[in-house]
Design a protein around this ligand. Structure first.
Ligand code: MN
Length: 312
């Protein structure tokens, strides 16, 4: 239903891109901007949950062309699917798109996370051209070796008490749900979007200095292994910075931030903020604001107020 609302209101370029997914085995739509990169990393898609922003993700997958695509864990949310089955067409389209990329010559590597730990039983196997690996080392065009891992092994909570992590996950979903209702109320009285979940997460995680501890633990392990950097996901917080001489990269997520990490032909790494890129279609963004309040609204409002230059 959300997809229909989208396709009915968006202008033609955007519209063509979105409709493309409905035609089976479609040929890529030329109207969408291309993003040619050597490598792309995405994680924390959480397919199988209402939080997954599958339409934006499909748009990204349609635009990006890469030699290697790493799926850095929490791609399919087995924890949530076990509780309640949720699998709309858009989520199917994402899976089809990934399989199609693998078929068309992109090397696709799936590094399972904690939410899709069921896949950890199949390490070393290949499914529809997608390699499953517990971790791997990526060699950049400029000769750096990056450790690719989801990152949940560094999560103190998960290491110590698994049930606590489950509670956290459930509470996060609840917060996202409250957030949706809360913001539709705010919208009704003319107040701008405000992310309760983001606020709480920052508050809570800062309180236990979770993010910082996680980042330095991951970087420390990469250095111990003699690698120049690490790419991970898991904490839904995109980042790229040097920690004690090791490059720490986090590709973010497709629940809130809609971000990916890419490597350009010369080995340069960059975090791509897809919400901002979608803002290129300024009127499209405005249409999204009215068409799908809860799904794409935060991103759309941000970019509507600060349009970005067209990427090369
Ligand atoms: Mn995770």
């Amino acid at each position: 239903m959300r997809r229909d609302a989208l396709t009915d209101t968006l202008p033609s370029a955007f519209d063509a891109g979105l409709r493309g997914s409905q035609a089976a085995a479609e040929d890529d739509v030329p109207a969408t901007p291309r993003l040619h990169v050597r490598t792309a990393w995405i994680s924390d898609l959480h397919l199988g949950t209402p939080g997954c922003q599958a339409d934006a993700l499909l748009h990204f997958l349609r635009c990006v062309e890469c030699e290697t695509l790493y799926l850095v864990g929490d791609i399919i949310d087995g924890w949530q699917l076990k509780r309640q089955w949720f699998w709309p067409q858009a989520h199917n389209d994402v899976v089809q798109k990934l399989l199609r990329k693998a078929r068309k010559g992109t090397r696709v590597v799936f590094v399972p996370g904690n939410h899709d730990e069921f896949a950890r039983r199949y390490l070393g196997h290949t499914f529809g051209g997608i390699d499953v690996a517990g971790e791997c080392v990526h060699l950049t065009a400029d000769g750096r070796r990056l450790w690719v891992i989801h990152g949940d092994h560094f999560d103190g909570v998960i290491q110590c008490a698994k049930w606590l992590a489950y509670v956290g996950d459930w509470a996060y979903e609840l917060t996202l749900r409250i957030n949706r209702h809360f913001n539709s109320l705010r919208a009704r009285v003319g107040l701008p979007y405000w992310s309760l979940s983001k606020y709480l997460k920052l508050k809570v995680k800062r309180a236990v200095s979770y993010v910082g501890d996680f980042e330095s633990a991951v970087a420390r392990e990469a250095r111990r292994r003699g690698l120049q950097g690490v790419v991970c996901g898991h904490i839904h917080h995109a980042e790229m910075r040097t920690i004690d001489g090791v490059l720490y990269c986090n590709d973010g997520d497709w629940v809130e931030s809609l971000t990916a990490l890419v490597e350009h032909a010369d080995g340069r790494l960059e975090i791509v903020d897809w919400a901002a890129r979608m803002g290129l279609f300024e009127h499209a963004a405005a249409a999204i604001v009215t068409a799908v309040p809860e799904a794409l609204r935060p991103a759309a409002i941000e970019v509507a107020s600060s349009p970005l230059p067209i990427p090369s």
